[in-house]
Design a protein around this ligand. Structure first.
Ligand SMILES: NC(=O)N[C@@H](CC(=O)O)C(=O)O
Ligand SMILES: [Zn+2]
Ligand SMILES: [Zn+2]
Length: 432
């Protein structure tokens, strides 16, 4: 595909993640100059005033549900890409639980092409681990990897690969080409088919069937041992419990190849949200008590949890607006992720912006093997970046979303930090 060459862009007066100030000249899709006088001799450059703004490498989301094909009433690749760009992302991994499931090379290439047609972020398909997400027969892992889509991340997300033998085979298979198996850790026997929130005192009071953190922890414990046994890489999706953080800490100390993500909602929201039975807060894994939230923040701060991933999960009104027990699981996340991380980990936490760049760009790009993303802001690197106003206070309005769906748990909340511009290969994909 041929792209028109974007005009040169001068990002003036930005603060780099390490706190230093610089001008960045972007030309031919790359960082052409980076210093205090980058504008010298480039009168043709369009100027982006970045005074007071932090510049980060474009964000990379390891866990996005774009719903196309199959549920274009909830989201399309185009609307999800627009939401991603508005959230500061330049690349997203599109989960495989679409209809049909992304379990063939053709299906993966179709998602890749839809992403290219939308043109706002790089959409990298995740391949299913098993055919139809059924948990039994391995999908075409090798063919998906060798296809134009170059799939390296495989996940049955939405469902847990409960059969240890299947998980072992998947790990062995992807090892040959350096792939990674991303697990939705939820033991179906321990969690039960109707579980819809955290199992605890509150679920009893509300009369809702719950599932305990141990249903996640036992799967993660099993999977890290399978990763050790096979010498392959496992990634744990949306960690929600303190016990899982302990398992991960132990596994990493052993040198086991495991990485893990936490979602913005699990970093800030707790079971307290459930008292009003609002299905917006129904999500898998469920919101947990504040002890878990604090352990997740500590795990992210000390590197036990590697990345923040959104698990952006749009749902149409007719799937979400039901009694709590009957509503779909999942909540939006792309447009608010950076602000939630800025609020919980920077404004009220131990993170610098270099840490944000690490957990939302550099490390997710490395886990997914996305060469052109998560690169340092340096001369010669692809011009993928986001400009952030670090002190802006923004009250979230779900109706201002680019997503087609409205299941936004942050509606009406005021967060610190706002995305002002997103740039993909030198082209502005979002400006606010
Ligand atoms: N997180 C959710 O509650 N739902 C996700 C599936 C998933 O991430 O497990 C979805 O596809 O809607
Ligand atoms: Zn999941
Ligand atoms: Zn998910």
């Amino acid at each position: 595909m041929s792209h028109p060459v974007p005009p040169p862009l001068l990002v003036r007066g930005a603060t780099l993640p390490d706190g230093t100030r610089a001008d960045l000249l972007l030309a031919d899709g790359r960082v052409a100059a980076l210093d205090a006088t980058a504008d010298a001799g480039r009168d043709d450059a369009e100027v982006l005033d970045a005074e007071g703004l932090v510049v980060l490498p474009g964000l990379v989301d390891l866990h996005t549900h774009l719903r196309e094909p199959g549920r274009e009433d909830a989201e399309t690749v185009a609307t999800g890409s627009a939401a991603a760009a508005a959230g500061g992302f330049t690349a997203v991994l599109a989960m495989a639980n679409t209809s049909p499931v992304t379990d063939t090379a053709e299906a993966a290439e179709r998602v890749l092409d839809l992403g290219r047609a939308a043109g706002l972020v790089d959409v990298q398909p995740v391949g299913a681990i098993t055919r139809g997400l059924e948990g039994h027969e391995l999908a075409e892992l090798g063919l998906m990897h060798r296809s134009r889509a170059g799939v390296t991340v495989f996940s049955d997300d939405g469902r847990c690969v409960a059969d240890a033998r299947v998980m072992r085979r998947a790990l062995e298979y992807v090892k040959a080409f350096g792939g990674v198996v991303a697990q939705h850790a939820q033991d179906p026997d321990l969690a039960g088919p109707s579980a819809c929130c955290h199992e605890g005192e509150l679920s009893g009071r509300l009369g809702l069937p719950g599932w305990p953190g141990v249903a996640e922890e036992t799967i993660v414990a099993r999977d890290v041992m399978l990763a050790r046994h096979t010498g392959s890489r496992v990634h744990v999706c949306h960690v929600s419990s303190a016990g899982t953080v302990e398992v991960l800490r132990w596994a990493k100390a052993q040198g086991i190849e495991v990485t893990a993500e936490v979602t913005p909602h699990h970093l800030l929201l707790t079971t307290d949200e459930l008292v009003g039975y609002d299905p917006t807060y129904k999500v898998n894994p469920p919101l947990r008590p504040s002890e878990d939230v604090l352990a997740l923040r500590a795990g992210l701060a000390d590197g036990t949890i590697d990345v923040v991933a959104t698990d952006h999960a749009p749902h149409a009104r007719h799937d979400k607006e039901h009694a709590f027990a009957d509503a779909a699981f999942g909540m939006l996340g792309l447009e608010t992720a950076l602000a939630v991380v800025a609020t919980t980990m920077v404004a009220e936490g131990p993170f610098g912006w270099d840490d944000v760049a690490r957990v939302m760009s550099t490390t997710p790009a490395r886990i997914a093997g996305l060469g052109g993303h998560g690169r340092p802001l340096a001369v010669g690197e692809p011009a993928n970046l986001v400009l952030v106003d670090p002190t802006a206070r923004v009250t979230v309005d779900r109706d201002a979303s680019r997503s087609m769906s409205r299941n936004n748990p942050w509606h009406g909340r005021t967060l610190t930090g706002a995305v002002r511009a997103t740039v993909l290969r030198g082209v502005v994909t979002h400006r606010a």
